[in-house]
Design a protein around this ligand. Structure first.
Ligand SMILES: [Mg+2]
Length: 226
């Protein structure tokens, strides 16, 4: 099997758990912009643009670049405030730091983000949890509402970042939801699923992940993909 040269990480449920700080920031932004906390949000594997579309439809508002900018600015302010103020039981998920450190020592390996978070939200979370040094580029939930369209964006940015092209064969998507598995398949990459989010290993296996682990520092990860 071809070694994975490009490792693309999801954030929530895979690298970190914000302990509700992210969810609460989205609801607070909806309250501030539209006067109510909005619909019940299913954030697992969703993109922030997709979440915003659901909120706008709930409030019968039309989606435009102006609203997008205003909503995300408001969300980001609440998110940064929630993370800084504390009160949410956030944490880096088990095994994430160990895997990222192992990858940083492997020659020829490039690491990036492939996440439903909008770029500013991704950066705020990575900074808060001390993981930002590992990530120089990403594809984000403000690039497309459809997560399955983020793979090609990630490949383009990885090429600029690393100064070389990556094929889908050389690419591994790491995530915690069936939507991450679908996103990997949509771009022709392999998928490592990790059961540190809201889905069990059996559920992730059933949707066709190439490997499923309970935590990211399981030795099978590097044995399979490095
Ligand atoms: Mg996730």
């Amino acid at each position: 099997m071809l070694a994975a040269k490009l490792w693309l990480f999801d954030i929530d449920g895979t690298l970190v758990d914000t302990g509700g700080a992210g969810m609460r920031a989205l609801q607070a932004a909806a309250e501030e912009r539209f006067g109510g906390s909005g619909p019940e949000l299913d954030l697992a594997g969703s993109t922030d643009l997709g979440v915003l579309a659901g909120i706008l439809s709930h409030f019968d508002r039309t989606h435009g670049p102006e609203e997008e900018r205003a909503f995300f600015a408001c969300y980001l302010r609440h998110l940064e405030n929630n993370l800084a103020r504390g009160g949410y039981p956030g944490r880096v998920l088990p095994g994430a730091v160990e895997l990222l450190e192992s990858l940083s020592r492997l020659p020829g390996v490039t690491v990036g983000l492939l996440t439903g978070n909008m770029a500013g939200g991704a950066a705020a979370k990575m900074r808060h949890f001390g993981l930002d040094a590992h990530f120089g580029f990403g594809a984000y939930g403000c690039d497309h509402a459809d997560r399955n369209l983020l793979g090609p964006v990630a490949l383009r940015r990885a090429a600029v970042h690393a100064g070389r092209e990556f094929t889908a064969d050389e690419t591994l998507v790491i995530g915690d939801t069936p939507k991450d598995v679908a996103c990997a398949k949509a771009m022709g990459a392999r998928c490592l699923a990790v059961a540190t989010g809201h889905f069990t290993a059996d559920q992730l296996r059933a949707c066709g992940a190439d490997r499923v682990v309970e935590r990211l520092d399981d030795p099978v990860v590097l044995a399979t993909f490095a």
